[in-house]
Design a protein around this ligand. Sequence first.
Ligand code: 3H9
Length: 705
Amino acid sequence: MSEVVSYSMSNDIAVVTIASPPVNAVDQRVRAGLKKVFGELRERPEVHAIVLGCAGKTFVAGADIKEFDSGIAEPGYHEFLRLIEDSKVPVIAAVHGTALGAGTEIALACHYRVAQEGARFGLPELSLGIIPGAGGTQRLPRVVPLETAIDMMLSGKPLASAAALSSGLADKVVAGDVIAGALDYARALLAGGAGVRRTREQPVQGAEKAAELLAAKRTQVARTMRNRRSPLALIEAVEAAVSKPFDAGLAVESALSAELVQATEARALRHLFFAEREVRKIPGLSAEIKPRPLARLGIVGAGTMGGGISMCFANVGIPVTIVDTAQANLDRGLATIRKNYERSVTRGSLKPEQMAERLALITTTLDYADLGQADVIIEAVFENFALKKEIFAKLATVAKPGAILGTNTSTLDIDEIAAVTGRAQDVIGLHFFSPANVMQLLEIVEAKQTAPDVVVTALEIAKRIKKTGVVAKVCYGFIGNRMMDPYGREAEHCVLEGATPEEVDGALESWGMAMGILAVYDMAGIDIGHLTRLERAHLLPKDPGFYRPSAMLTERGWLGQKAGRGYYRYDNAEKKRTVDPEVIALLHAEGLRLNIPQRKPSRQEIQERCLYAMINEGALLLEEGIALRASDIDVVYTAGYGFPRYRGGPMFYADTVGLKAIYDKIIEFQKTLDPQYWQPAPLLKKLALAGSSFAQYQAEHENSH
Ligand code: 3H9
């Protein structure tokens, strides 16, 4: 009997168990094991039903993603799935935890499905740039209504056990042990004389309205999933389920699946899947180092950031004390938190009693001494060095020994902040992104003297509050904002050269950015960046065109959305951006005044300038050791900056373009644009000329740790 798949008998019912920790992913051993076991059971007439379940914390969580790069080894998926489906006795899937991807596909090949309360069924393949390739696109619409099937696969969102039951995906939901529940169900089936119920023999539900539905879904996908191939392929596969016999449909699914799995989109998304798990592993930090306690949190500053961060902790049951200098600030902050929760209640994503519980966890105070019990204190006041230093000096006196002092600064020198505390080992950067309760990224900034267990605790914090924590070292802007700087610089310069804000943002958005950078400035407030640049003026290039548009708009009070106008106007009822001819004329005239050649860069040039400037900065960050890995940069950008996941992040994208091509372009820009900005990073140059890539550099580096 195979190691990972085994079976035992419960009277006349066989219980097959997959045991392949941690998540029972289907690899060659699992496939071979299932093939062998179901082959054997076929030959045993005393077996009257089969229950298929999993050991450990979950049912099968999908195909083994690692196998996609090397190709799927024999036996293939269809071989064992067909054996399961062809069984002459009923096969009942016993699902606990999460049945994802191939897990749901296995459950669909079974004749019946029993789910434990709280179990979930999902087909998240699109998030990996592929489609369910083990029969999911063909079997799911034969089990649940066509629209439910398409929505489940397009959104990737799993169905909870109750929804699975009402849609027909689960036949029964049981409390307690799912194997026992499935055995009971099997006995009831046998007693009632129910036989096999092969999914492939069922009709597609709602086939008569398919044409209309599929057309509507295609339109939706073109709008919401720009530049992507896998969603369209998914609809094609489902169309085949409707229009072709099962086996022919399966062949369509297989052909599409094989095409997608090797394409850049899927490679990019796989890269991120592993990169997001890799960020938790910090070279040099031994597994022996335990995190410090995290039972109580303190926040300094009841503004937007402080409020959002407080919510992150209250959401997972950690009590929070917020301190501010004025009662009015505390009241306003708390009112905003309440409003945010109320919105979730109205939307139905939060129950009123959960809102009450969370609000009860948040207390406010004017007295710093009330932070004395906090295990972690996070300062979240606006970006002002003097103020932050004053706060940290105060925190050092009230915080209990060993309490962690975090700063939410997005740019400032944390070593200098730590220096005023006399306990620099406790100080760390915890950079949240606005809105903090929504955005996925937490940039963890390790200062020179930060203690290793403080870094471990910061990673633990990220995990507890369900964020992606990425560790960076101290420099201006850390990973994210430092790379934004040259990106935004090029976008602004293109405007001075004669491109309109809409042309610049349009180029970036059509490439895949969630939002063009100028529209982002409007959203965040154009003054924010401008003020930090004023503070650092002595360090910035002596170039009158450098971020000149932001300066001009700030001087006029056209600060973006909050002012009703910025790069765009927002004075219509829907607060949608519309072009502002006055701004276009103003910035165009400024370009002329500064003698900037007027040349209206093409869409492609805008994209290349912005992205390559960003990538070049990323290479510098790697060389300087600010970022640990190229893939960490990719995680920062996709989790925190609206970088399209299907492009894998800036460094992965650079590898797909080819570092030599990027290097050559930078040299070309050095000749045609301002050479002070177009200096290839030494690492980029080295890798480009050696025909190497960031991925290869990372692999070599990892081996040397
Ligand atoms: C698919 O099924 C295609 C099919 O249609 C058929 C094609 C022919 N493969 O996330 P965690 C590892 S596509 C390989 O930290 P959690 C993971 O890397 C697949 N490895 O745990 C990590 O390793 P390490 C569709 C996997 O409790 C460890 O397991 N399925 C896989 O926070 C623990 O993972 C999905 O997309 C895998 N499939 O979350 C589901 N899954 O410790 C992907 C996990 O070395 N998985 N690992 O870093 C998940 O969403 C989460 O892992 C899950 C557990 C929710 C299951």
